[in-house]
Write a protein that binds this ligand. Structure first.
Ligand code: G6P
Length: 477
């Protein structure tokens, strides 16, 4: 097998498997932002990507795809249930999102998580050239850095955590809190979305292990009595800003935006929510606020329509099944009470759309509602801002989304405060164009300056510095 200088390890491969009419197999690039972000870097480095192909019991040999070597990791149906749906998405996901849903601690899930993490680590160890760089992604693979370091001490290992890292009072619930910290500390650089996440991680390490931390450095003792330094730092992720601007400027997409407005009966204001159907996103809170505005008579369906795109996600996990029922009940009730023949209160779409259609929706929307109860970053907020080349539109943004650290000129809300959210929505609907322009220009500046290429470059630069430091120390010793 060819060995790569840069190996990305993520739960999912950057491609989706599509089976044609006569059963022929093909691979299509997945729409995710991370994929776009890493594509140029991977091409330059002749990189490899280790990940799951998204289906059970699929045996696929490593293959070349658009300049990247893809290494599929096989997961059985049982492992999908225990490692992915169980430990990753019913233990870690709710725990790390401040227990919005109750995390479930099941030992069989943990055992599966350990086994599957080892499989990813072994695949990465095999795919990496001597002294290569390996970049592990996200909470599904927290044990991989340490496992990989044991297998291949020559490697430089980075880990990026895309979701929040909780305060110790919550983290300490985890029965395997020590093992998970050790897993992560196997990396040379551990990246987080917010400064607060890196701080929570360092605090957990101090509380559990009593290791010393200084600025971003954590001193990790080694078996031979020496120490090494792991860096835990914020690297806020972003989007392919130029790609979004390009789509926003396409006449056919602008025409589609006008068509969307028209088909909604040209309400005075279109409010938009775009989320994976997830309980962290505050979709119910948003609908409650909008429903009450209709009830109070502060808006009518002629004034405002809420378009809610809720893309299907993790549909076999119980808390997601329940959430879908609750949301669909709320939509049905609100629409039943307020719809007219020509206007709807909420246009609800439990579907995923291509990027072109999403940009048309962003262009059609006067107000973007990002009301997450907890969110690592929330890239939808940045996507909306990037597409508003006309400097119009209002972003209503939860202070519990990582994006709030950078996007200070948004209308900020606490989604738990329904009255506050109602006032913020009214303020957004009624905002004069001059104020919209002032805020949007400031927001756009942030998103144009910090795009995802810059994010990946700064992370890889940090990794490269640790590699150089290691080499120099090694030479001295
Ligand atoms: C979040 C996570 C990602 C994950 C994505 C989609 O953004 O941080 O790691 O891939 O959700 O979730 P899924 O479970 O479908 O991979």
């Amino acid at each position: 097998m060819t060995q790569a200088e840069l190996v990305v390890v993520a739960n999912r491969l950057p491609v989706d498997r599509v089976v044609g009419a006569v059963g022929e197999e093909a691979w299509r690039r997945s729409p995710g932002g991370l994929v776009t972000a890493l594509e140029p870097v991977m091409r330059r480095a002749d990189g490899a990507w280790v990940g799951w192909a998204g289906q059970p019991d699929l045996d696929v040999e490593p293959f070349e795809f658009e300049g990247t070597f893809l290494v599929p990791v096989r997961l059985s149906a049982e492992e999908i249930e225990n490692y992915y749906e169980g430990f990753s998405n019913d233990t870690i996901w709710p725990l790390y999102h401040d227990v919005i849903a109750a995390p479930r601690y099941r030992r069989v899930w943990w055992d599966s998580y350990v086994r599957v993490n080892r499989r990813f680590a072994e695949a990465a160890a095999e795919a990496a050239a001597p002294d290569a760089t390996v970049w592990v992604q996200d909470y599904q693979l927290q044990l991989v850095p340490q496992m990989l370091r044991e297998l291949r001490p020559d490697l430089t290992i980075g880990y990026f955590h895309h979701i929040p890292f909780p305060a110790y009072g919550l983290y300490s619930q985890l029965p395997w809190r020590r093992q998970v910290l050790d897993g992560l500390l196997g990396a040379d650089v551990i990246g987080f979305q917010r400064v607060a996440d890196a701080g929570n991680f360092a605090r957990a390490v101090r509380r559990v292990h009593h290791y010393t931390t200084k600025a971003s450095g954590i001193t990790v003792p080694l078996e031979d009595g020496t120490t090494r330094t792991a860096l835990a730092k914020a690297f806020p992720i972003s989007i392919d800003t130029a790609g979004y601007v390009e789509l926003a400027e396409r006449p056919d997409i602008q025409a589609r935006a006008a068509e969307i407005r028209e088909s909604l009966g040209n309400p005075r204001a279109i409010l938009l929510g775009v989320d994976r159907l997830d309980y962290t996103k505050g979709i119910r809170h948003r609908m409650k606020a909008f429903g009450e505005l209709l009830e109070d008579g502060r808006v009518s369906v002629e004034d405002a329509t809420l378009v809610q795109v809720a893309s299907p996600s993790r549909e076999r996990v119980e808390s997601y099944v329940q959430l879908r029922d609750e949301i669909e009940l709320a939509v049905g009730r609100i629409n039943g009470d307020y719809d007219t023949m020509g206007h709807t209160a909420i246009r609800y779409l439990h579907q995923a759309f291509p990027r072109e259609e999403m940009v048309a929706l962003f262009l059609a929307a006067d107000v973007m509602l990002v009301t997450a109860l907890r969110d690592g970053m929330n890239l939808v907020a940045k996507e909306y801002v990037a597409t508003r080349t006309d400097n119009r539109g209002v972003l209503v943004l939860s202070e519990f989304a990582g994006a709030a650290d950078e996007l200070a000129s948004a209308v900020r809300i606490n989604p738990h405060d329904i009255d506050g959210m109602k006032d913020a929505i009214m303020r957004a609907i009624d905002m004069p164009p001059a104020e919209q322009g002032r805020r949007m220009r400031a927001l756009r500046k942030k998103v144009l300056e910090n795009d995802v290429a810059r994010w990946s470059q700064s992370f890889l630069d940090a990794l490269e510095s640790t590699r150089r430091a290691k080499r120099e120390n090694g030479a001295v010793a």
